[in-house]
Design a protein around this ligand. Structure first.
Ligand code: SAH
Ligand code: ZN
Ligand code: ZN
Ligand code: ZN
Ligand code: ZN
Length: 454
């Protein structure tokens, strides 16, 4: 019950017992992470399942154990206790206070600039005492303050808020790409490293790109003003800073001076695609509502960075999107980082509503343009004459199966008794529907190895 709802929900596939997301309802109860989401738990043979609310942001009950049956009567006392709990679980400093603290911090000589590693907080001299038995870093330079993603340790909680930071090469590629496409404003949703790259360039040279970071990681409020960072939950479109923060975002999205906006997002992979899609549609609507002299685009341009095996789920919600072959690499990712001994293939891709032919991928990394498909593809991705498309999803060369009438992974074989292509090693009787996330048999979505990134 309760926490952990996110791990299991979202497949939409009827199973013996299933969890499905019903979404964000007006009047939903709130936890410290904003309005809770409504889920339904169905058990086999029963038409209607019992509906309950659970935290939108946390997949692990340990992080937030909010739970309430939809039809449950909540007493006044419990409501009051909950409100108090929510208040106590807000950060100890407000964003405003953090901005003021930063101003004081930069006035300090280098020798007095300390960062508490345990509290993940910049310390002012008067606070040293309180943190005396904590580990801290000294002599925090301006360069360090400009790279908070290097200073802060990446949140590692696998289930709720694992942070996987872009490798410099991928981050640079994304930034150059969007500049070449003519964008001057970037709404960075869960992409602190991209935001940071833009911010530090903007302060150095003549550089006209601006970024607004929306992220649930409040530690970033120590380094950015209210115009640069909004504490935001992308699973329920909740702005913790209330109407003022909402307005900051709205203003950023209005394309003043003809500065075109693109949204770039790299959400946690374990999350619910439908909850993300619903929030992103709200951000798109905010963009659309801003008055301007006619948009160049019908929709707010977007890069949604996500693993390729979510392609069909993303296209369900955003039919105008297509998946690019570019493999996004990460720094703190044991599996997907670009190693010395050739590249471990990253499954992470860019989904975009921009015209695919406009997304130019680096030829020096092996990408080439397919004139039939009118898009850049991986070097291993062969154009299949029968499918009339470059069909590989994972970068390896796929093969066409005439019986299945489609291209399949190179490691698959056509099994006559199952009447489909699958791994050679499988048992025909036990036809496992397979993992919802990656399609492989033998494990469930919640245990998918593709999702545990370390
Ligand atoms: N590759 C990106 C980081 C992606 S990791 C980069 O290098 O910039 C996922 C990011 O989403 C993290 O910054 C994390 O703090 C943020 N995040 C996780 N859950 C979130 C939520 N519910 N709402 C908003 N942001 C969230
Ligand atoms: Zn401390
Ligand atoms: Zn092709
Ligand atoms: Zn086949
Ligand atoms: Zn078989």
């Amino acid at each position: 019950e309760g926490g952990g709802a996110m791990a299991a929900a979202g497949s939409g596939r009827p199973g013996p017992a299933a969890l499905a997301l019903l979404g964000l309802l007006p009047g939903a109860p709130t936890c410290p992470h904003g309005p809770a989401l409504l889920f339904v738990k169905t058990s086999q043979g029963k038409e209607e399942g019992r509906r309950f609310y659970a935290c939108s942001a946390c997949r692990d009950r340990k992080d937030c154990n909010f739970f309430q049956w939809e039809d449950e009567k909540v007493s006044e006392t419990r409501l009051a206790a909950r409100e108090e709990y929510n208040r106590n679980h807000q950060p100890s400093f407000t964003h405003r206070q953090n901005v003021d603290r930063y101003k004081n911090f930069v006035l300090l000589p280098l020798s007095k600039r300390r960062f508490c590693q345990e509290c993940q907080q910049l310390l002012l001299p008067a606070e040293w005492e309180e943190h005396s038995d904590h580990q801290f870093l000294c002599d925090i330079t301006t360069a360090q303050l400009k790279s908070p993603s290097q200073l802060l340790h990446p949140l590692e909680n696998k289930k709720t808020n694992a942070q996987y930071l872009f490798a410099d090469r991928s981050c640079q590629f994304l930034l150059n790409l969007l500049i070449d496409l003519g964008f001057r404003r970037v709404l960075s949703v869960g992409t602190p490293r991209l935001h940071e790259m833009i911010q530090s360039k903007a302060s150095q040279e003549e550089f006209s790109v601006r970024s607004l970071l929306l992220d649930i990681d409040f530690r970033y409020s120590q380094f950015y003003t209210e115009d640069e960072f909004c504490h935001y939950n992308m699973f329920n479109h909740h702005f913790f800073g209330g109407e003022a923060a909402h307005e900051t975002c709205r203003k950023f999205l209005s394309e003043e001076n003809g500065e075109r906006v693109i949204m770039v997002t790299d959400p946690p992979f374990g999350g619910l695609v439908e909850a993300l899609a619903s929030s992103f549609k709200k951000l798109m609507a905010m963009w659309k509502e801003t008055e301007k002299e006619g948009h160049d685009y019908k929709e707010m341009p977007m890069f949604w960075i996500f693993p390729y095996f979510f392609e069909s789920r993303i296209l369900d919600f955003f039919p105008s999107f297509s998946m690019m072959d570019y493999q996004v690499d990460y720094d703190n990712h044991a599996l997907y980082k670009h190693g010395k001994t050739g590249r471990r293939q990253s499954p992470v891709r860019i989904f975009t509503n921009l015209t695919p032919s406009m997304i130019v991928l680096p030829e020096e990394e092996g990408y080439r343009f397919c004139t039939v498909c009118q898009r850049y593809v991986s070097s291993g991705n062969q154009h299949c004459e029968i499918c009339n498309s470059c069909t590989s999803k994972d970068g390896r060369r796929w093969k066409h199966c005439v019986l299945c009438k489609k291209c399949v992974k190179p490691s698959w074989f056509h099994c006559d008794s199952c009447k489909c292509c699958t791994l050679q090693k499988h048992s025909c009787e036990k036809r496992d529907v397979g993992c919802f996330v990656c399609g492989e048999a033998g494990h469930k979505r919640s245990a998918c190895p593709s999702l545990s990134r370390t």
